[in-house]
Design a protein around this ligand. Structure first.
Ligand SMILES: [Zn+2]
Length: 109
């Protein structure tokens, strides 16, 4: 028998975005409420840019635009009235593969 455990996160429970620099491993988070249009997508500790501000195809959004858009839309989505409870789901297998996710899960097991 296979038992699969899922972790779900209601949209309203997401209160910050965490960044960990792949170069120097500095970790910091920005509360969604404090994020503005010009959200900083670079390390606070080294020159590393987190997302490419250029795209080879000028008709497409850059990596930086996609990430900034996701963050801003997430914050916007939290403030809209829906007739459903919307949750983001994380499968247990994916949760255990990420050190940050397993550290922060707090699932009490
Ligand atoms: Zn860094």
């Amino acid at each position: 028998m296979t038992i699969e455990q899922r972790t779900v996160i209601p949209l309203s429970d997401i209160d910050a975005i965490e960044f960990e620099c792949t170069h120097c491993h500095a970790i910091y988070s920005i509360p969604l409420a404090e994020i503005k249009e010009d959200v900083r997508l670079a390390c606070i500790n080294c020159p590393q840019q987190f997302a490419n501000p250029q795209h080879t195809d000028s008709s497409k959004m850059t990596d930086a635009q996609v990430l900034a858009s996701l963050i801003l839309r997430l914050r916007d989505a939290q403030q809209r009235p829906y007739k459903a409870t919307i949750r983001l789901a994380i499968s247990d297998s994916k949760k255990s593969s990420g050190a940050a996710a397993s550290r922060d899960s707090g699932d009490g097991t």
